[in-house]
Design a protein around this ligand. Structure first.
Ligand SMILES: *Cc1c(COP(=O)(O)O)cnc(C)c1O
Length: 458
């Protein structure tokens, strides 16, 4: 049987790990729209951004032209502790589904933070250290980004201050303790520590918080503290750049065995893992060298690609951040309280938004009970307990494999398995106890938050 020639796990050698990140913007003929100053509506200047972000990260954020950016040795050395990550051939899943499709997944859950987020956290911490800063501030929702950043800061001996969405802070005490083990201080958001937190609490007493609100607090804290900058775990161009290691390794592993992907699937919250995974493939597509179907998967309860609007919007609830042109549900949008599967940010990476708007990729929204069904199905044959976020990609990969079963097509499906779900067992419990339901926002609800988009959209 020819198919057994490909091992269950394709590992690259350490020496085959990427030495440069790939910047997909360099291959985009039309670039993503620039960030705007919310006061003047002019494109944000380098100097303005430097008050908020680390210097070199601002340069990466604004660089639409350099195709490859070297990965500093200090970062590569850290990567070597948990990379290259395996590209797994899902033989067991294929067999269980009885599909002619060939399924591969790139597994990013093999580090203590349990997700791909460490790839960018270590880069951002490195540049902060290099600049001589004392520390960084950030927000975290479910906690993966906060955990990754606290690991990275511990490594470079930087102070790390995390604003954690209050509902997660209360529901995920173990995440919080991991962050504290790595030396981070963790504050439930909204808090009384910042002006914007106090304002939001006065306006919405008893609110359990949101990512957009925690971002506002973290930004305020950074700009008002000497020697601190703000760092963000998704959405930004620089984060997609760092995450390109995922796609570069995937491509190298496939090339090693002469495998050509037909379809690349990833979950999309703010778009960083998907942007990283598809980067080099999208590059080929943009340069006309190859074609791939690329599918973003999002929760039906937070459907920014499939039901949002491509428009300038605030990145945060407190409206202190620059305006970004992206697919958005409006910065005031908060998913229903029963939403358990992560991926709850109201907006989407400006790079992916542009690619999607240009028709270069597709998007699909899936309901959470279906996502957990797919997670369980996957866990039972492939062994790994997936993060609910990752299970969005599993769901669509299975759907596509089942279509192949109907048509008899032997398509090659590659999807991103972004992390593990050990801290999501309360959500799994709700699913197992039959207490999970699906909530899909109505058009009226979406219209309500979309009607508050900033005026710049004309
Ligand atoms: C944060 C996270 C995501 C979603 O974030 P993106 O920026 O869209 O990649 C997906 N999976 C896991 C495991 C995560 O922690």
């Amino acid at each position: 049987m020819a198919k057994k020639e490909i091992p269950y796990k394709i590992y690259l050698e350490e020496s085959e790990m990427p030495k440069e990140w790939y910047n997909v913007r360099a291959d985009m003929k039309e670039k993503p729209a620039p960030l705007l100053n919310p006061g003047t509506l002019a494109p944000m200047k380098r100097e303005e951004l430097m008050g908020v972000f680390c210097e070199e990260l601002v340069d990466q954020e604004l660089d639409n032209d350099t195709r490859f950016i070297p990965i500093p040795d200090e970062i590569r050395n850290f990567y070597k502790m948990y990379r290259p990550s395996p590209l797994v051939r899902a033989y067991c899943l294929e067999e269980r589904l009885d599909t002619p499709a060939k399924i591969y997944y790139k597994f990013e859950g093999n580090n203590t933070s349990g997700s791909h987020k460490l790839n960018s956290a270590i880069a951002q911490a490195y540049y902060a250290k290099k600049q001589g800063l004392k520390g960084v501030t950030t927000e975290t929702g479910a906690g993966q980004w906060g955990t990754a950043l606290s690991m990275a800061c511990a490594y470079f001996q930087l102070d790390c201050k995390v604003y954690m969405v209050k509902v997660s802070y209360e529901q995920k005490p173990f995440r919080r303790e991991v962050m504290r083990t790595y030396g981070a201080s963790v504050t439930p958001s909204p808090s009384m520590e910042t002006e914007v937190g106090r304002r939001i609490l006065a306006e919405f007493p008893g609110t359990t918080g949101s990512l957009g609100c925690a971002i506002s607090e973290a930004v305020e804290k950074a700009v008002s503290s000497e020697g601190y900058r703000y760092v963000l775990g998704s959405v930004l161009n620089q984060v997609l750049l760092h995450q390109s290691v995922i796609g570069l390794e995937t491509k190298a592993a496939l090339d090693k065995y002469g495998v050509k992907a037909d379809m690349i699937i990833g979950c999309a919250g703010g778009g960083s893992n998907l942007g990283g995974l598809i980067g080099p493939f999208m590059g080929e597509k943009l340069r006309g060298e190859a074609d791939y179907r690329i599918i973003a998967v999002e929760p039906a309860s937070c459907p920014s690609f499939t039901r949002g609007r491509y428009a300038y919007d605030f990145c945060d609830t407190g409206m202190v951040c620059p305006l970004s042109k992206m697919y958005t549900l409006g910065s005031g949008f908060i998913p229903a309280p029963n939403h358990a599967g992560g991926l709850r940010y109201h907006g989407m990476s400006p790079v992916l938004s542009k690619l999607y708007d240009d028709g270069l990729m597709e998007a699909r929204a899936v309901e959470q009970t279906k996502v957990f069904e797919a997670a369980e199905q996957f866990a039972r044959v492939e062994g790994i307990l997936p993060a609910p976020e990752s299970a969005h990609a599993i769901k669509v990969a299975i759907d596509e494999a089942m279509k192949c079963k109907e048509t008899g097509e032997e398509k090659t499906i590659v999807f991103g398995l972004t992390g593990t779900g050990y801290f999501d067992l309360v959500a799994y419990e709700r699913f197992h106890d039959g207490k999970m339901d699906d909530y899909i926002p109505t058009d009226e609800e979406l219209e309500k938050s979309l009607s508050k988009l900033p005026k710049v959209n004309g």
